[in-house]
Design a protein around this ligand. Structure first.
Ligand code: PLP
Length: 411
């Protein structure tokens, strides 16, 4: 007997294969069986302290707990979020580096900002351009909206693969009269690559050319930007967007999850930018309706907390965040230096939460198993093995790359 569809016919019923949580649990089991010391858990994609606990910035949660109950209880001022929050997002994220016309829509995490762009800018059957190695949710979002995906290869040696990006965009424009491209930068998940200003200039010049043929939407996912090693410097590339053509829009997807270490509070924003205010207003009108029709309101307490931290606790916030930026630097340097010494290959890392070893998927599958047999738990990504230095204390990072290379040589 074939069960009839209780969900819409067009949606795939294949369950999510959550590769991360399955391995996280295996790592937990191994710790119980063999003890903490015997196990290397490189699976968790959140920032952890040297003591092995989830990092939760004091200034952030002090602020939250200090808010009036009525602020926490309240709906937001509107479906696009509170005006002071929206202004603060522009000030904090863009840091004075953009002269484009702009609007902000508060979203539940960066996920909300990415999802509404993918959902509302393309029609079913059209193609979204994604990086070949990427955060898994992009592909799922495309699937849920019946979109095709076209993937650009990320690297040409240790540089952004401009040729592949060009080729994939050009092919996509042969099939449709709209171009929507996702670039996750800086601190790309999972490789830790950050594009140079020159690379951004090349991307914008190329997309401007594309925009002579059709409207272009650049979705720039900046989820990890506040942990970029350059900090304020890392926000300067936004000024490159000032040179976009009149037939192009940029959506910047911002997330408080990482910036404020408030993953579970589900707050973020989509910054909509263009030369032409009419483009921004068109996006805003539709995105606002999408927001109202799906989540309606964004967490009011999280928005108020963000404003309070930046208005009244900025020094503490900078100091606390910098401490973790320094830790990421230390952990990544140890891992990379040892990987270099051992000859363990990884994608070009500049900064961010993860280092990813580069290999084809066949080898990756065998290697991932072999690592687990040695009580080293990592996450498989397309063409690589993700090592979450964000959650590993320095003591665990030390010696890891060499050990991983030994295991690789045996596979
Ligand atoms: N973009 C990337 C690349 C991510 O890795 C994540 C979270 O892991 C997000 C966006 C969105 O996270 P959130 O919805 O919690 O803001």
């Amino acid at each position: 007997l074939k069960m009839t569809n209780f969900v819409k016919d067009s949606v795939s019923q294949t369950p999510i294969v959550d590769t991360v949580f399955a391995i996280v649990n295996k790592a937990k089991e191994a710790k119980k069986t063999y003890g903490e010391d015997a196990v290397t858990d490189a699976t968790i994609g959140s920032l952890y302290t040297e003591a092995g606990e989830l990092a939760a910035l004091d200034c952030v949660f002090d602020s939250l707990k200090n808010l009036d109950n009525k602020v926490l209880a309240s709906y937001a001022a509107g479906f696009t979020g509170n005006p002071d929050f929206r202004q603060k997002v522009i000030d904090w994220v863009l840091d004075g580096n953009s002269r484009l016309y702009k609007e902000v829509i508060a979203t539940p995490g960066g996920t909300g900002a990415v999802a509404m762009t993918i959902q509302e800018c393309l029609d079913p059957g059209q193609t979204v351009v994604l990086p070949e190695i990427a955060w898994g949710s992009y592909n799922l979002m495309a699937q849920m909206n019946n979109l095709e995906v076209a993937k650009y290869s990320l690297f040409d040696d240790d540089r952004f693969n401009m040729d592949s990006f060009r080729e994939v965009c050009t092919k996509t424009m042969e099939k449709q009269d709209k171009l929507v491209v996702v670039i996750n930068d800086p601190c790309h998940n999972p490789t830790g690559y950050s594009m140079t200003r020159e690379e951004w200039e090349e991307v914008i010049a190329f997309l401007n050319g594309c925009s002579k043929k059709c409207p272009v939407v650049l979705l720039n996912d900046i989820a990890y930007i506040d942990f970029a090693f350059g900090q304020k410097e890392a926000k300067k590339y936004f000024s490159v967007f000032d040179d976009i053509s009149d037939n192009m829009a940029v959506v910047v997807a911002f997330s408080l999850s990482k910036s404020m270490t408030s993953y579970g509070m589900r707050c973020g924003a989509a910054i909509l930018m263009a030369k032409n205010p009419e483009i921004v207003n068109q996006l805003k009108t539709v995105f606002e309706k999408d927001a109202r029709a799906t989540w309606s309101n964004v967490n009011n307490g999280a928005m108020a907390m963000f404003v309070d931290v930046l208005d009244n606790r900025l020094e503490d916030y900078d100091a606390e965040r910098q401490k973790y930026v320094a830790l990421l630097k230390e952990r990544s340097e140890i891992f990379r230096n040892e990987a270099d010494a051992a000859g363990l290959a990884y994608y070009p890392y500049r900064e961010g939460f993860f280092v990813t070893l580069s290999m084809d998927n066949d080898l990756r599958d065998r290697y991932h198993e072999a690592l687990m047999e040695n009580n080293i738990f990592t996450v498989k990504v397309n063409k690589g093995i993700r090592v979450a230095i964000c959650s590993m204390p320095v003591s665990k990072v030390k010696g890891l790359a060499g050990h991983m290379k030994e295991i690789l040589d045996e596979v």
